[in-house]
Design a binder for this molecule. Structure first.
Ligand code: NIG
Ligand code: FE
Length: 432
């Protein structure tokens, strides 16, 4: 037998893919020149070979079928295949909902007014404090399943509705336990989670006249414990006027860094406090929201040598009914690496759907469909330090993929308000 005829047996081949979008790159996309977020590495009539949980090869259907065979072949004629979507900013552990606030907002109340009246984050905090860890997990599971059904295979997940040491730990343990199936026995119903400690999400009522005392508690007690027990990979702060301002945020994040945590920041959401600048100063992996980023903030993020990704959350702007979307066009044109995320939470952005977020980003922030896809794959991977394992379809990377029931990736934002997901493949397992 001729050696060249011998085909390698693999667990799964997806063949005849009308549009295979590889996103072939490891760097934050924009840093590869002005058009980088638009270059998707598309292969027409493509195929992917998968063995165990890894991608073995990516190429034309002819080439792949010449070199590989499998008992399991999915023909994806007329379909699009992309990397599994990555949601780099979510708050998925909570109790209850805030549909009453949704109505109040429609009647004209602002997020800040609702918060001042005891609603907002604090109302979710009251419910989370009363809940057991098991109740938190049970509540989260149904939302996690919906992330998968919308094509999301990895999410970043924050604490931040406990605001006491015990309740923050309870939330982070819930995330860890929900995630434990992800390495080894795969839990097909859930995306993998990357956890973030957000003790500095709000000032709890018992510290309302003593913010410095709460910041001290975070620094002296919560961060050391979270780090010691390895309950989070990142630390985040809601840096905003009347919440944690620049100095408070710097103190918390510096302490987190000293304990070996990576850094994220809810920055410049409503007021241009200089959150983007602080994120760059501290070498944060991401600065998120940025609706009110200043020109100087854009300049500093563009000039940085480190890799702070701008994670934009237009679902929040949309659901709050605001007009001032983050200036995505100016950011991308200035050379920033932009990612998009849902900000999934029961108050300001109650959606698990990244395709919906892509639609809003295209229509309201004038991102191209290609930029939006880059922003929920490789750039989102960069925003959670996972660019070496997910976010693109390359040999050796984790086999996380979505088969879309549409002939082009452009349909993901364009064909809006419906679910175009045909199948989700997580670590090589076909799960939908
Ligand atoms: O990212 N802004 C602060 N945190 C969330 C909102 C959380 C909530 O309202 O429950 C956000 O928008
Ligand atoms: Fe958030």
């Amino acid at each position: 037998m001729k050696f060249s005829r011998m085909k390698k047996q693999v667990d799964l081949i997806i063949s005849d893919i009308t549009e295979l979008v590889t996103m072939h790159s490891k760097a934050p996309r924009q840093r590869r020149g002005p058009d980088a977020m638009n270059s998707l590495g598309i292969i027409h009539h493509g195929a992917v070979a998968v063995h165990k949980d890894r991608i073995v090869s990516v190429g034309s259907t002819d080439d792949i079928l010449k070199s590989y065979s499998s008992r399991k072949i999915i023909e994806a004629e007329g379909k699009t295949v992309t990397p599994g979507l990555i949601d780099a900013h979510t708050h998925p552990v909570f109790m209850g909902d805030r549909s009453d606030e949704f109505e109040l907002k429609i009647m004209g109340a602002t997020y800040q007014q609702i918060a001042a009246a005891g609603g907002g984050i604090k109302s979710t905090v009251r419910k989370v404090r009363q809940a057991t860890k098991e109740e938190l997990k049970t509540n989260a599971v149904k939302y996690l399943a919906r992330f998968i059904r919308c094509g999301t295979t990895t999410i970043e997940a924050k604490s931040g509705y406990g605001l006491t040491t015990d309740d923050e730990i309870k939330m982070l343990e819930a995330i860890k336990e929900l995630n434990s199936g992800a390495f080894g026995a795969i839990n097909s119903e859930r995306p993998e989670m990357v956890s973030t400690f957000l003790g500095a999400h709000e000032i709890p009522d018992e510290y309302k006249d003593n913010k410095a005392g709460y910041v001290d508690l975070i620094i002296r007690e919560m961060i050391p414990l979270v780090a010691k027990r390895k309950l989070a990979e990142f630390c985040d702060v809601f840096c905003e006027k009347n919440v944690f301002e620049i100095e408070d945020s710097r103190r918390v994040l510096k302490a987190a860094k000293e304990h070996g945590l990576g850094i994220k920041l809810h920055a410049d959401e409503f007021a241009p406090l200089g959150g983007a600048e602080l994120a760059v100063e501290l070498g944060a992996v991401s600065a998120d929201h940025l609706m009110a980023i200043s020109d100087n903030g854009i300049k500093m993020m563009a000039a940085q040598k480190n890799k702070t990704i701008a994670v934009l959350l237009p679902g929040t702007t949309f659901m709050l009914g605001l007009k001032s979307y983050a200036p995505a066009r100016r950011m991308i044109d200035a050379g920033l690496a932009v990612a998009l995320a849902t900000d999934f939470n029961p108050g300001t952005s109650f959606t698990e759907s990244l395709p919906m977020i892509m639609t809003i980003a295209c229509v309201k922030m004038k991102m191209t469909p290609a930029e939006a896809l880059t922003a929920v794959t490789i750039n989102a991977a960069c925003a959670i330090n996972r660019e070496n394992s997910i976010g693109s379809l390359e040999p050796g990377k984790q086999a996380d993929m979505v088969i879309w029931d549409s002939p082009s990736y452009k349909h993901i934002p364009y064909h809006f308000g419906v679910n175009l997901v045909d199948k989700v493949i997580k670590r090589g397992k076909v799960i939908k």
